[in-house]
Design a protein. Structure first.
Length: 295
């Protein structure tokens, strides 16, 4: 490895370590706990799941953040062009207005994360909050005719928001805070029928864990019908076999996501992706399952 490549490797390793560090800062748990409780106590009603992106099938926050970032990036470019000051000012203001819904969606997602991801998410939020405050100061300076100061504050705001964005990407992809944890189920579920046991072995209304080939599944019996879903919750891999059955839905024991038994659709978040459901049949009193549509 030549000197240039070695330098790049060392720089990259230091950057990755810096991004991983917040997950280990246990001191953040003290403010994170009450803050998460406060977010959970907000009277959001049905809009809570809308902010989570249940209707969209994936988290809404990453889509919403494109609005303020796009406005502020455009404002920075217009600041470099002569005669575009008012347009830049309007974009800074538009970015501030759109930052509110984006932040709220992020906080709603953050409140249901586990401690390591919650710590990283808190630092991510603090960086973005700093960026918002800097852009607010930039707009105030612009309105007072202090354009040089406004531009400098805007550049500082962009630096803060970029830092927050890098942490957000690390949280989403490296720490997997938002992806569908059940996405691999179609590759693990048996293509041919696999036996799970006698129907009478499954108590009515009680989740039971079984294995279908490489895939862990949860069986819920309703009368003569059995529903079989992937056992690990699509949100953060909670064990659904330890959950509860409520009004035709299976509730995750970790974060309270509810999935409809008959088709796996999300009835209540924080999960946004449906829980995979396997095809079932009963032969000679024994329950068998396979990948839906196989064969």
């Amino acid at each position: 490895m030549n000197a240039s490549a070695l330098h790049t490797h060392r720089w990259s390793r230091r950057l990755r370590r810096a991004l991983e560090a917040p997950a280990h800062w246990e001191v953040l748990d003290a403010p994170a706990g009450p803050l998460a409780d406060a977010v959970e106590a907000l009277p959001l009603g049905l809009s809570r799941d809308a902010l989570r992106g249940v209707w969209l099938g994936h988290p809404l926050h990453p889509a919403l953040v494109q609005l303020p970032i796009g406005c502020w990036t455009s404002a920075g470019l217009l600041d470099l062009a002569p005669g575009r000051s008012r347009s830049a000012d309007a974009l800074v203001a538009a970015g501030l207005l759109s930052a509110g819904p984006a932040a709220l969606a992020g906080w709603v997602d953050w409140a249901r994360l586990d401690p390591p991801r919650r710590r990283t998410g808190l630092v991510h939020a603090l960086a973005n909050t700093g960026g918002v405050l800097l852009y607010a100061g930039s707009l105030l300076a612009r309105c007072r005719g202090r354009r040089g100061r406004g531009r400098l504050l805007g550049l500082a705001g962009m630096a803060a928001v970029t830092t927050g964005g890098v942490l957000g990407g690390h949280l989403a992809y490296r720490q997997a805070a938002g992806p569908d944890r059940a996405a691999a189920v179609p590759r693990l579920a048996p293509a041919d029928w696999a036996a799970l046991g006698a129907v009478e072995d499954f108590p009515v209304g009680q989740p039971v864990r079984r294995r279908a080939g490489e895939l862990a599944v949860v069986v819920v019996r309703e009368g003569d019908r059995c529903h079989v879903l992937a056992e690990r919750c699509a949100h953060l891999s909670g064990p659904l076999s330890e959950g509860t059955v409520v009004d035709g839905c299976l509730r995750c024991p970790w974060h309270g996501s509810e999935f409809r038994l008959r088709d796996g659709e999300v009835v209540s978040g924080p999960a946004t992706a449906p829980q995979p459901v396997l095809e079932t049949r009963v032969l000679s009193g024994h329950l068998e399952v396979r990948l839906p549509g196989a064969g």
